[in-house]
Design a protein around this ligand. Structure first.
Ligand SMILES: [Zn+2]
Length: 228
């Protein structure tokens, strides 16, 4: 099986989208998983999900890093205790306060560095545009531009960021995950808390709507089950 020699890196936050991406990467490549803690409210829980998903998918190469700069810079509800995570959907089309300034560029840069060393040609990231919070670093044009930077700025210029979920609805991502046996039970999406997902932050809401639209029960525990 010559194809099993091909390496890919997956950015695995521990959420449902990155979990499906990891299952896709594990199907088609020998995957290596990258997780970056950046002082976000639920970093311990997300880290736990990262290791559990890697175990379930038999991903042996793991890289866990800390990035302190977002906490120092602040400006996001995920990293700044003084900015609350909204519990009601935003009425405006503005970028939500949960946006972490230019975060994905930092994560992708780390992945590209590791890919050059590992000889990996693909970097999987679970960015989603429809049914998302509207973060600017989840747009297709951003990834096209980032790939141009990689081609121009790496040794061999042959590394590519791939975004297999970017045009999918969240319910379709759930369906794909079920087909791939992605371990949704091990994922964590809540922005606010680590003991039972809150069910009302943007991330929980999008996730619950996705499972509902897909017609399946979300397997993770919620703190306010009676609401759902
Ligand atoms: Zn939540």
């Amino acid at each position: 099986m010559t194809h099993t020699a091909k390496r890919a890196i997956v950015l695995l936050s521990g959420g449902m989208d990155s979990c499906v991406c990891a299952a896709l990467a594990a199907r088609d490549y020998v995957p290596a998983a990258l997780h970056i803690s950046y002082g976000q409210r639920t970093e311990a829980r997300e880290c736990q999900s990262f290791f559990a998903i890697c175990d379930r998918l038999n991903i042996h190469d793991k890289l866990l890093l800390r990035n302190e700069l977002f906490r120092s810079i602040g400006g996001s509800a995920l990293t700044d205790e003084n900015i609350a995570v909204p519990t009601v959907p935003s009425a405006s089309h503005e970028i939500p306060v949960t946006y972490v300034p230019f975060r994905n560029a930092h994560f992708l840069s780390v992945a590209v560095s590791w890919a050059e060393v590992l000889g990996a040609a693909k970097i999987y990231i679970g960015a989603v545009e429809p049914d998302s919070s509207g973060y600017p670093d989840c747009r297709p044009a951003y990834y096209e531009a980032f790939n141009r930077v990689i081609r121009a700025g790496t040794k061999d210029g042959n590394i590519e960021v791939v975004t297999p979920l970017i045009a999918m609805r969240k319910a379709e991502i759930v369906q794909l995950g079920l087909e791939l046996n992605a371990p949704f039970d091990l994922t964590w999406s809540c922005y606010r808390q680590e003991e039972g997902a809150c069910g009302v932050c943007d991330s929980c809401r999008l996730r619950l709507e996705a499972f509902k639209a897909a017609g399946v029960k979300d397997p993770i525990p919620y703190a306010m089950m009676e609401s759902f």
